[in-house]
Write a protein that binds this ligand. Structure first.
Ligand SMILES: [Zn+2]
Length: 115
């Protein structure tokens, strides 16, 4: 993903009417940046769907009341897209996407660094 600094360089270059091969390189960078952002949004949508199912399940438990309470199926913990293991915390990183912290202290990043 483009860093803020790279984006500023492109803006500065455009104001200075830079063209030619540099311009094409910028187009490629911006398209790659777009692909990464679309991936992040898709991932976020999946997580929101998981969160919705979890919260919906909690509300359903409340409606059922204590007399007909069945043990709810445990919600599957969210997994890291890099290593497919559960993670305890996710945070956004610039410019490389999302970092996933595992209970054992490992940290994965998604999307994987492309350099
Ligand atoms: Zn991981």
């Amino acid at each position: 993903m483009l860093s803020d600094r790279e984006a500023e360089d492109i803006e500065r270059g455009r104001r200075a009417k830079v063209g030619g091969p540099i311009l094409l390189k910028w187009v490629d960078q911006l398209l790659a940046d777009r692909r990464e952002r679309v991936q992040q949004i898709e991932y976020l949508r999946r997580r929101l769907t998981q969160a919705f199912r979890y919260l919906d399940g909690l509300v359903r438990d409340l409606h059922r009341g204590p007399n007909d309470r069945r043990p709810a199926a445990p919600a599957a913990p969210p997994v890291c897209p890099a290593c497919r293991q559960p993670f305890v915390q996710a945070r956004g990183t610039s410019p490389n996407g999302i970092a996933y912290l595992h209970a054992d202290g490992r940290e994965c990043r998604s999307p994987e660094r492309e350099r």
